[in-house]
Design a protein around this ligand. Structure first.
Ligand code: APR
Length: 272
């Protein structure tokens, strides 16, 4: 059990608690991480290196392959259920209300399905359940139809299926609503400015299950360290963020999200 006293310097009422999550929080829901041994970026095929599929360049060159890959990953997300760590963060938002904000790199939508609200959940890498116009004729998102809920690995959409993956407004092909490696964060789609503004005023940062390889999370953790706000990292392995937290007097809870996050959430809402 994590006692409230083991979270140095923070008590309910101190202001905004920012929680940053990565693929590790969904690992126990059965969704592979990216850089673990069975991770999406590690397990390839004869035909492609998976990381190369997560680019706009690949989408332009081979849209059917890219769609097939995302439909397969989306099917894995649809089949998964939120775990105890997701549910604990939803409970934490209910308890803290406007003093809670979740920034997630995960596109699996499990935080929303667990009960976190879209207003207080910044999906900074998108959401795999949605598509948008590849020609940017509109910023609107459209849900991917449920007929794609089951998808075998390696299958690309047929012509009839591709006709369902088009922009309703202009008829151009749609694309998955995810941030690719050769693209940049922005505010309207990925809440870039809002995320940075949030860490500027946050009173505490909790980081769960991320290996620290992406830009905006690095900026968030860097600001937290500079501001010397309470900084807690949950991960089974040391990461650049756990090392940073320890360097600035923070806490590293080494272990699985489903073990630590519910206890941490209980401790955080305990009366001071
Ligand atoms: N509980 C908590 N953390 C876990 C668990 C678990 N049960 N299992 C694994 N982890 C940790 C790993 O130790 C690792 O530190 O989760 C982290 C997963 O790291 P990555 O696979 O690199 O995933 P993430 O950090 O979310 O990747 C960031 O990279 O390619 C992009 O867009 C993709 O959003 C993704 C981003």
């Amino acid at each position: 059990m994590v006692a409230a006293s083991s979270i140095p310097g923070w008590k309910r009422g101190d202001g905004l608690l920012l929680v940053l999550t990565g693929a590790g929080i969904s690992a126990e829901s059965g969704i592979p991480t990216f850089r673990g041994a069975e991770g999406y970026w590690k397990v390839g095929s004869r035909n492609y290196r998976p990381m190369e599929l997560a680019t706009h360049e690949a989408f332009v060159a081979a849209p059917d392959d890219v769609w097939g890959w995302y439909l397969y990953r989306r099917a894995a997300c649809r089949a998964a259920r939120p775990n105890a760590a997701h549910l604990a963060l939803a409970e934490l938002e209910r308890a803290l209300g406007g003093d809670f904000l979740l920034v997630t790199q995960n596109v699996d939508g499990l935080h929303l399905r667990a009960g976190n609200t879209p207003e207080r959940t910044y999906q900074i890498h998108g959401n795999i359940d949605f598509m948008r116009c590849s020609l940017e004729c509109t910023a609107a998102l459209a849900p991917i139809p449920s007929s794609f809920d089951f998808w075998e690995k390696g299958r690309s959409p047929s012509a009839a299926e591709k006709a369902l993956l088009v922009c309703e407004r202009c008829g151009a092909p749609s694309r998955p609503h995810v941030l690719w490696f050769d693209e940049s964060y922005d505010e309207p789609r990925f809440r870039f400015t809002s995320s940075l503004a949030a860490i500027d005023r946050a009173s505490m940062l909790v980081v769960v299950g991320t290996s620290g390889q992406t830009n905006l999370p690095n900026q968030i953790c860097g600001v937290a360290a500079r501001r010397r706000i309470p900084f807690v990292v949950v991960d089974p392995e040391p990461t650049p963020f756990s090392e940073l937290a320890l360097r600035v007097g923070g806490t590293f809870l080494r272990g699985a999200a489903s073990d630590h996050v519910p206890k941490l959430a209980t401790a955080l809402v305990a009366p001071a």
